[in-house]
Design a protein around this ligand. Structure first.
Ligand code: NAD
Ligand code: UD1
Length: 350
């Protein structure tokens, strides 16, 4: 049985990935500062399994602490070692992710995302753990020329958040290139994860005010405040921007497949786009949400948002071919599951 350290495992994508890891029989060690998450997500993960009459209490562990503190990371490896176990691989989600905030607080973003990652990789090496899946983002492509993005597209981050992600990608590449240590690295560039676990027990629980479209659609439907749609004059079929929305549980499965790929193939460095390869406009998303959930999403059109791209869709062929990973869930399921999470947890985990 493989033992996996999941940094940021109580967060949105991390918690869904923990479910996938546990379903595949892995033992999970979460490391999280809880800066943007809630420990209740762990109880909810346990509940998902207890409802299936599966006891995972001795397979899911939690360490509260911050990646900026290397001694803390070392102590986690040490504690696991003292139990006679070792970590086989790491999935590294922990970090800050709000684009606008990153521009205003660059030092905070570089410290959390880059120094935190640096500490983690150093501690991994010292503990002879050299297999890692890293959460990157399509944001590293900046404002790309092509609308269907391949991994070989130009990298040109246009904000602090994107720069920190690309720096960590480069750090991993340099670490991989060393002759002495054989690392196994998967860099996953996510497109637009939305939705929630089908159980309605775990989902997105942003502590600060969300800027991404999906939690704002949910809030508009729930609170009846108007969503601002950023521009209706884009050169698309309905004038609104197009994105590649992916169900968070499909994204979670992508991590599991990437990790298993690394365990089966030694000394790999792979960069993969993780999206569905299908694009939907903002109006498509709003209308689908309204139809499947039988609710109204009040909205108004406003100006374009600075730095927005018209259309971003993943070319996901590499992930499909290499990992045999296929996104299975439709836009309808993303909207149904996201709304179920809201109705079952109107105030998130609090
Ligand atoms: P999230 O905020 O829900 O999860 C991140 C977790 O990391 C949180 O639980 C937070 O408490 C923890 N954390 C942050 N800084 C930490 C630190 N220094 N030490 C320890 N823990 C720390 O975010 P998410 O949406 O689940 O995103 C996970 C990862 O995926 C992030 O790295 C993010 O940049 C990346 N990503 C997210 C999206 C998206 O749309 N959600 C898109 C592309 C990439
Ligand atoms: C944003 C980030 C990107 C990050 C990604 C996933 C920017 C410029 N980019 O991308 O770095 O990797 O989230 O976390 O912030 N929209 C509205 N009204 C709103 C919010 C969004 O109309 O209030 C529209 C946007 O114009 C866009 C679509 O919804 O067309 C999706 O927006 P968003 O969820 O912010 O994701 P991205 O723009 O793809």
């Amino acid at each position: 049985m493989k033992r996996i350290l999941v940094t940021g495992g109580t967060g949105y994508i991390g918690s869904h990935t923990c479910v996938s890891l546990l379903e595949s029989g892995k033992e999970v060690y979460i490391l999280d500062s809880l800066t943007n998450s809630n420990k209740t997500s762990i109880d909810k993960i346990k509940l998902i399994f207890s409802k299936r009459n599966i006891d995972i209490s001795n397979k899911l562990h939690f360490f509260k602490g911050d990646l900026r503190d290397k001694e803390f990371i070392d102590s986690v490896f040490e504690k696991i070692k003292k139990q006679g176990n070792s970590i086989d691989g790491v999935i590294h989600f922990a970090g800050l992710k709000a684009v606008a905030e990153s521009v205003n607080y660059p030092l905070q973003y570089w410290e959390n995302n880059v120094i935190g990652s640096f500490n983690l990789f150093k501690s991994m090496l010292e503990n002879n753990c050299k297999t890692i899946v890293f959460s990157s983002s399509a944001t590293v492509y900046g404002n790309p020329k092509d609308e269907l993005l391949k991994e070989t597209a130009d990298i040109n981050p246009i904000n602090t958040y994107g720069s920190t992600k690309f720096t960590v990608e480069n750090l991993l590449k340099n670490i991989f290139e060393t002759k002495t240590d054989k690392w196994n690295v998967a860099i996953l560039r996510y497109f637009n994860p939305i939705g929630a676990h089908v159980s309605g027990l775990i989902g997105e629980n942003p502590i600060s005010k969300p800027n991404n479209i999906f939690p704002l659609i949910i809030n508009a439907a729930y609170e009846k405040n108007k969503l601002k749609v950023f521009g209706n004059d884009w050169p698309t079929y309905d004038g609104t921007c197009i994105r590649d929305y992916i169900h968070v549980s499909d994204l979670a499965e992508g991590h599991l497949k990437a990790l298993d790929f690394l365990f089966k193939n030694n000394n790999q460095l792979i960069n993969l786009n993780i999206g569905t390869g299908k694009g939907y406009s903002v109006l498509d998303l709003i209308k689908t949400f309204e139809t499947v959930n039988n609710v109204k999403v009040p909205f108004i059109f406003s100006n374009r948002r600075d730095g927005d791209s018209c259309k971003l869709i993943a070319n996901n062929l590499k992930a499909k071919q290499l990992l045999s990973w296929y996104p299975l869930k439709s836009l309808e399921e993303m909207c149904l599951d996201g709304w179920r999470w809201k109705l079952m947890n109107p105030r998130g985990y609090s």
